[in-house]
Design a protein around this ligand. Structure first.
Ligand code: SAM
Length: 231
């Protein structure tokens, strides 16, 4: 549990720490039956899933967190981890693969988390639904698509004044450059590229985009088109 000491200002309660233990146990159990995530080693679950997801708070803390959506959440990363750390969040998880969404539902049930909505859906379709379009303070994603594609998945969910966050690997300058057109088309503006040093000498990057204008109605385009023909 000491690893959480490396994440500044976290101060998890015993209840939150227990929740992470239960989450790790469920992940290991389900991974024996289904291929949920390639990361199976207990130590790696803590570092590469939990701690890595928690680094999002470096960009999010101190901003409104009432409604957060995690697109392409897989086994709940980073969304469910953020929910455990910040119980006040009303969280929506979006995941195209039903088996992974079912795992997230199991975690929510077992940990007794409230205000979590799970959508087995494609982001391109869900973002056109009025209950979700431009409703969120933050849209977040890890390991889902290049930034130019991700912006089309995420920005339509974000209200003007809100933000999107992309968790990326070390090298992101090129990706940011390639996303310039997508960002301006979708109503986004690059706010911050935040390097995050990880234990073991690795570094990741948080890319924060501010939503400065409404996204035109025609975005996102039909399912599959953003990835096939990035803006
Ligand atoms: N975010 C998780 C993580 O970091 O562990 C999962 C990453 S996994 C590599 C990408 C996930 O995004 C997959 O589970 C995939 O089904 C989902 N995904 C990809 N494109 C999507 C879309 N357009 N709408 C919803 N889910 C999507």
């Amino acid at each position: 549990m000491d690893i959480f000491q490396t994440e500044p200002g976290l101060g998890l309660t015993p209840t939150q720490q227990r929740a992470f233990v239960q989450y790790a146990n469920l992940l290991q159990t389900w991974n024996q039956k289904f291929n949920l995530t390639a990361i199976r080693d207990p130590d790696e679950i803590w570092h590469k899933h939990f701690l890595d997801s928690l680094t999002c708070l470096r960009a999010m803390r101190g901003t409104p967190l009432q409604r957060v959506i995690d697109v392409g959440t897989g086994a709940g990363f980073p969304g469910l981890v953020l929910k455990i750390a910040c119980p006040e969040i009303h969280l929506t998880l979006v995941e195209a693969v039903a088996k992974k969404a079912a795992f997230c539902a199991e975690v929510v049930h077992t940990l007794g988390l409230d205000h979590v909505e799970i959508q087995t859906a494609r982001a391109e379709a869900l973002a056109q639904a009025p209950a979700h379009r431009e409703q969120y303070d933050w849209a977040v994603a890890r390991a889902v698509a290049p930034l130019s594609v991700l912006a089309e998945y995420l920005l339509p969910f974000v209200k003007v004044g809100g933000k999107m966050l992309a968790q990326k690997g070390q090298e992101s300058a090129q990706e940011v450059k390639q996303a310039e057109n997508a960002l301006s088309t979708l109503g986004g503006e690059l706010e911050q590229v935040l390097p995050v040093p990880l234990p073991g000498g690795e570094a990741h990057t948080l890319i924060v985009i501010a939503k400065v204008r409404p996204t035109p109605d025609r975005f996102p385009r039909r399912v599959g088109i953003p990835a096939k023909r990035p803006l």
